[in-house]
Design a protein around this ligand. Structure first.
Ligand code: SF4
Length: 337
């Protein structure tokens, strides 16, 4: 299986106009869009990576990270190649920047993926490792099948998607685990070479309120780019007002890599301050990631202080909630299980 007809495009008379992400590419015959995986073949858009998997693994859902959706379960996690962003600090650049030609890709049909998830005892499937929006047709087919078989479906995404793209994906997706890399267009231009944060924010709000997805936000704090008080405060307040106070915010530590090799790792005081900012904004669950000794991985009931989910790295060593609420005081925690 090499290629698959793409959805969400129209002809502009001469070229093909892709409607999936805000790059809004107009692609000439024989050429590909910015993501590198959608090509105009004789006036029709094709999805070059449909079912073509670069990486597959059984992962704890905590590894995504997703903390408040079926804690302690595993998801069969898959990725392909390509991305809509060019992040200078991408940890998965070997696949996000690979082309369909130079990566070793194995075809996994949607039914095979879901069968394998069930065989491996997973409760869900997760589309991750590279940007899954550009895999929309495959995500939708797999997610729908996963639902039919009683599994959940998670997108680990940069959130750069059009309204039409999100609406297309939404019936097949339960969790929108979205990176919000900053609150200014300048941060997005510097970090990942896209012009605006606006579509990311609009997409997360729509995922939450129109499609009723479970949403968790990750922010990798990069010194000198998105670590200033004003930006972190704006981000925390946006989560609080636009997504809700129960939305988990994962603040993660940056490590030097790729084009940001010379930028130092996030200092621990900066991470702690980011967490404080989140709590000051009223967020009830702010976690620190890539920071093992910071003791900010557990879910603690904000009403009574009970530790209801204890995590050691990606392992859940204690999970004691009742229908998503605190077992001690009964406060709702917004945990889906
Ligand atoms: S999904 Fe790819 S082809 Fe479509 S608009 Fe985005 S970058 Fe362009």
């Amino acid at each position: 299986m090499a290629e698959h007809p793409a959805d969400l495009w129209e002809s502009d008379g001469e070229r093909v106009h892709c409607l999936l992400c805000p790059h809004s590419c107009h692609v000439a015959d024989g050429r590909r869009g910015i993501c590198g995986v959608r090509r105009n073949d004789g006036g029709a858009l094709v999805a070059l990576t449909y079912g073509r998997v670069s990486s597959i693994a059984v992962d704890p859902i905590e590894k995504k990270p997703v903390y408040h959706y079926f804690p302690g379960t595993t998801a069969l996690s898959v990725g392909s190649v390509g991305c809509t962003m060019k992040c200078g600090h991408c940890q998965n650049w070997q696949i996000s920047r690979a082309s369909t030609e130079d990566a070793s890709l194995q075809y996994v049909a949607p039914s095979q993926l879901v069968d394998l998830a069930i065989e491996q005892g997973c409760r869900g499937v997760a589309f991750t490792y590279n940007e899954p929006v550009i895999w929309a047709e495959y995500v939708r087919d797999c997610g729908n099948l996963a639902h039919e078989r009683g599994l959940y479906s998670v997108m680990v995404t940069n959130g750069f998607v059009t309204e039409a793209g999100l609406d297309y994906l939404a019936p097949a997706v339960d969790v929108w685990r979205v990176d919000v890399k900053g609150m200014t267009d300048e941060a997005y231009r510097t970090l990942c070479r896209v012009p605006s944060v606006a579509p990311v924010l609009a997409g997360a709000e729509r995922a939450r309120h129109v499609h009723r997805m479970h949403v968790e936000v990750v922010t990798n704090v990069v010194p000198g780019i998105n670590d200033d008080e004003a930006q972190l405060t704006a981000l925390a307040r946006w989560i609080a007002t636009s997504l809700g106070l129960d939305t988990p915010w994962h603040v993660t530590r940056f490590f030097p890599c790729l084009e940001f090799e010379d930028v130092p790792a996030t200092p621990f005081p900066t991470l702690r301050r980011a967490r404080e900012i989140g709590l000051e904004a009223g967020l009830r669950f702010v976690f620190l990631g890539n920071a093992a000794n910071e003791d900010a991985e557990n879910t603690i009931c904000p009403a009574c202080g009970e530790t209801v989910v204890r995590r050691d790295g990606f392992r859940v060593s204690r999970h004691d909630t009742r229908a998503g609420a605190c077992p001690k005081c009964g406060a709702p925690l917004g945990i889906v299980e």
